[in-house]
Design a protein around this ligand. Structure first.
Ligand code: PHE
Length: 341
């Protein structure tokens, strides 16, 4: 019997009580009237008188061990439940999880990419830290052009010049060198200019460059491509106009304006009371630029444009101050959701 008391003692210690159910099983097995410990007490009655005292003592210790374990486990399991949903009201509204949302400039960039992808353009990329050749010289900028001045461009090193690109046009010649025509790509990215910050200007902003080079590409292709883009972006009623302009790397060149959606043409701060907002510079790629990209201008022609993402966004979401985009004011940033076309 002594052996039996010992082995039941081991069983009591090893028994894992993890739930109300196992607690009850423990009670039934060891403590309840028909359990192992009371049955040992029954057996004790028939034990030899000289052994009774010793065995009785051991049995009482076993009983205390089992009851002690039962009580402490009972306290522990009191607050837990075998059914995880018990006590939870599943009809209560969820605690709101604050999701971030995309920056308005990202939303616009994705839309611009999506529209041009549908028009057959693919996506290309170029560096923000650029050499003089790709940002200026290859694009036909004369040596004394004002953009090469320290007060207009952020130079990182001089002689040889390393700078922060002033436009996404730096990718044009890189792309021409990598790929022979047809080229039909857009290149979104950040650009930098040494300008005083105001509602209309910033020292960095974003552009999307477009480049289309193939046989027989003409100015009509440029006009229709950007008109289709404007209609997709702003709706069929949007008005667009081309103003003759000058860029060293395009000939002829034109600025592209669209009707001001903030004041609907009445005149406001953004459109400088003209009713029109400039969204891009554009033109036919200059033959010298094609030559710098190892493309024969007798065989191929192309158009290029550089569109300001901030401007496109301002008209899309009616934002009238450029500084809001980079101030990280959560009250501003929370207001934007994708605009579905
Ligand atoms: N790079 C010019 C700018 O930043 C825009 C442009 C791009 C003009 C391509 C013509 C062709 O103002």
């Amino acid at each position: 019997m002594e052996q039996l008391i010992k082995s039941i003692g081991q069983e009591v210690r090893a028994f894992a009580i993890t739930s109300k159910e196992s607690l009850e099983n423990f009670r039934l097995k060891f403590i309840s009237k028909k359990g192992l410990i009371p049955s040992l007490f029954e057996e004790l009655k028939g034990a030899l008188p000289e052994e009774k005292k010793k065995l009785g003592k051991e049995l009482n210790e076993l009983k205390q061990l089992a009851e002690g374990k039962y009580r402490s486990a009972q306290e522990e399991t009191e607050n837990t439940t075998d059914k995880p949903h018990e006590g939870i009201d599943l009809s209560l509204p969820v605690i709101p999880n604050k999701l971030g949302n995309q920056h308005p400039l990202s939303l616009t960039r994705y839309r611009i990419i999506e529209i041009f992808e549908r028009l057959g353009f693919n996506l290309a990329d170029g560096p923000e830290i650029e050499d003089d050749w790709h940002n200026f010289t290859a694009l036909n900028f004369p040596p004394n052009h004002p953009a090469r001045e320290m007060q207009d461009t952020f130079f990182i090193e001089k002689n040889p010049d390393v700078l922060l690109r002033t436009h996404t046009s730096n990718v044009q010649v890189r792309l021409m060198k990598k790929q022979s025509p047809p080229i039909r790509s857009i290149m979104p990215g950040r650009v930098f200019r040494n300008e005083a910050i105001s509602a209309r200007a910033h020292c960095f902003f974003h552009q999307v460059e477009g480049l289309y080079i193939d046989k027989n590409v003409g100015f009509a292709d440029l006009k229709q491509t950007l008109y289709s883009f404007a209609q997709e972006m702003y709706g069929k009623d949007i008005k667009i106009r081309y103003r003759p302009s000058f860029f060293p790397f395009t000939e002829p060149s034109a600025e592209i304006d669209i009707s001001c959606l903030i004041c609907k043409g009445k005149g406001c701060n953004l459109c400088k009371h003209s009713g029109w907002v400039e969204i891009a510079g554009s033109g036919m790629v200059h033959p010298n630029v094609l030559r710098h990209g190892n493309i024969d201008p007798e065989e191929y022609t192309g158009f290029a444009f550089g569109m300001g993402i901030e401007r496109v966004t301002q008209l899309l979401f009616r934002v009238n101050d450029l500084r809001l985009y980079s101030e990280n004011d959560i009250r501003f940033l929370r207001q934007f959701r994708p605009v579905l076309s």
